[in-house]
Every structure is written in C-alpha cells, then in structure tokens.
Design a binder for this molecule. Sequence first.
Ligand code: UDX
Length: 443
Amino acid sequence: MKLAVIGTGYVGLVSGVCFAEKGNHVICVDSDVDKINRLNQYESPIYEPKIEAFIERNLKAERLEFTTDMSDAIRRSDIVILAVGTPSMDNGAADLSYIKAAVKEIAAAMDGYKIILTKSTVPVGTNEMLAKLVASLTDHPFDFVSAPEFLREGTAIDDTLHPDRIVIGLDKNELAATMIALHLSFSEQIFITDIRSAEMIKYASNAFLATKISFINEIANICEKVGADVMEVSKGMGLDRRIGSSFLQAGIGYGGSCFPKDTKALIQIAGNVNYEFKLLQSVVEVNKGQRFQIISKLRESLHQLKGATIGIWGLSFKPNTDDIRDAPSLEIIELLVREGAKLKLYDPIAMDKFKKVLDHPSIKWCKDAYAAAEGCDAVCLLTDWSEFSQINLPRMAATMQNRILIDGRNVFSKDQIESSGLEYYSIGRPLINQYPPKTANVM
Ligand code: UDX
C-alpha cells in the first residue's frame, strides 16, 4: 500500500520503517529540513537499536522516502498516518495544536479519497473533532481510523514488528478489510473496535502499567520498613497469571515521554466530564515522590550532602535510549547541585542530551562508570543499563572515599554485593553490609 507518515519522531519513524520493511511504499514527512537530510543519509535523529540498518535497507530498496513536501506525499498516498506529538500543556491536558495543523495541511493537499490513520496518542473524541475539521476544509472524501501505538523506546522495532496486539478503531465496517490487510503481517491479534474505545485503550493501557509501577514502589517502601524483600514479593506475585510478572520492577519510578504525559492527560480527560480519577492521581503522586528515595538514602548514609562527592550512573529515563524526558535523574541531580554536592556523572549514551538541559560547575562528566565512582563518597545508580550489572564492584569500591552504593533500580544481587565491601542501599530490599546492621521492628 502507499502510505504517508506525518512526523518522524519515535512513533512516526519506527512505524514508517516497519511498514516499509513489510513491503509497503512509505513516504515519511517532517518539516525539519535538517532531520530529513540526515535521514536521507541513513542517520537516525533518535537513538534506537537497529533503526539505522532498517532506514538504509528500505531507502536503498526504494520502499522508503523522506521529504519535507507534505502535499506531494499526501497526493501520492492512499493512507495518511498521523504521528505528530501531543505534548502536555501546563494543565496536563494533551496539546493538540500540532495534530490540528497537520490535519489542515492534509486537507489542503487532498486530491481524492484518503484514509487518515491516527497513531498519535489523542484524547477521546479527538478523531471525531479532526474529521469535522477536515470536512470543513475539503470536499474530497476521507475516513478517520484510530490505530494507537504501543511501542517502547529501546525495543521499538521489535515491539512494532511483533506486537502483542493491534488495536484499530473505526466507524465503518468497510474499512476493516483494508486495515486487516495493512496490519496482518505484524500480528494476527487484531482487535477492531469503535474509535472512542480505541483512543481510550491507549490511555488506559499506559495508566494501568504506570499503576503497576507505583503500586510495587509503594510495596517496596513498606518492605523496607517491615524487613521484606520486594524482589521476592514481585516474583511471588507475578507467578499468579492474573497479576503477571511484568512492570513489577520496583525502583525510583517511571519517566519518559509517555507515562508521565498520558497519566496526566487521562486525569484531565476524566476531569473534563467531571470525574475525579483518584486512583490515577495517587499513581502520579507516588511516582513524583519515589525518585527522592535516592536523596533519603543519601542523607541516611552520608548525613551531610554539602561538600560530598557523589557519582551518578545513568541519566536516561530507562536503558537503551538517550531520552531524558521526565527522567528521575533530572530532579535528583538538580536537588543535589542545590544542596552543594559535587557530582560525577556517567551515562553510556545520554550525556550530551543531559548536558544541554542541565550543566553546572559542580558537575564533572566522566568517561565510564569507574571514573564516575573514583574518589566518591557514594555512587547512585539511576538507570538500569546492563553494563552497570557487569561492573567489577571490588575494583570500583577500592577507588572510593566512602564505599556507599545506592542502587535505584535493584540491579545488583545479594551475592554480588556481599563480596564487594560496599555499604549497599536499594529499593525495598534489606540493607546489605550496613554498619551497624539494623533489623526492622515490625510488631
Ligand atoms: C511506554 C509503554 O510501555 C508503551 O507501550 C507506550 O507506547 C509508551 O510508553 P516507554 O516509555 O518507552 O513505553 O518505556 P517502558 O519500558 O514502558 O518504561 C517506562 C518507565 O517505567 C521507565 O522509566 C522504566 O524505568 C519504568 N519501569 C518500567 C519501572 O520502573 N518498572 C517496571 O517494572 C517497568
């Protein structure tokens, strides 16, 4: 099929290359000339494993094009995929100005029937509102379809090529055959529903996953006080198929471009119809506080942050991405700088991005994890990059001033720590090598 994809962010670019990989002809459109030039030289504007190979292969096979010419792309396509951002506004609601602008351009360029397929995450009712907007601007026929995207950064290509399910929202049964034909090679699990429900499925899914994370983080905080181990608790809970084991990894909370934005937007969506989504409000609140567990543990172990040298491992909101949007690291580091700590930062990929947002004379940028730990009073692990779990802890401990490791993602096992000589704090697990050892008084 002939597809135009509007927007080359995470969703647009990954969807575009994956549709091309499956044999469709795809024209990806973006207004950013520099971005398009780089893409045409096989260079991805986002860090995502495998993506550059996919771009190169499909460009060379002439199944993929990158352009700034939206009108030409629309005219040469049967299906126009909307994948522009819907960022948070100050009140938490989704900002629909980019998607409205894109739709106006589509309407102006239309020269015949088009299916407009929305992959951007949009509040319930948005596709209907956009359809009215297009109808007011053109006489050409069209249909809107909602096809929310569930890919995760860092595993975006595999998630898109092998999704658990595909959700399609449509309001005319005749559209189902085309949508099934377009998506069948990705998954046989295609769930067809109405447009409003499809829009809600995306928000409800993200809100539910965020709820699992905040839930296990609160359990972790209680585990610490009662002397239980949240890793064991998650494992034991996850064995129940009704609960499932995923998204029960306790830590310093979720960040990124989706969960923070979409949870706030769903609270707004509910608020607009006078419904107070109390559970989700608490999920957001718990998540906001969870990152400061790092600071509490630093205060507990060091007593004084002013003048302390603190190493930071990991800045991105999760591993395998350079994305620092809403990353817990931002607030943690900002606070440590304010408190007068000296910081040594290291991340395998995200340092350049981080530096542009937050830099300070008390921050030293380090070439690897060992360099970031050297001479430190404490090291805090904020992102669970796999390279951190491979670190030779005794070697690193030997270079530290005070041997304190605060693991915000529960990366290290008891065995690894016991032989390391480090005083170890993690999230929701008993302290290891603490002097003097403490046992919780629970009764
Ligand atoms: C998420 C959704 O998973 C995806 O379906 C949607 O399309 C976009 O939002 P993403 O933000 O890329 O994807 O990352 P994800 O892997 O879901 O992790 C989100 C955050 O939750 C990260 O900060 C991660 O560290 C945290 N997390 C995840 C936990 O703290 N514990 C867990 O058990 C799982």
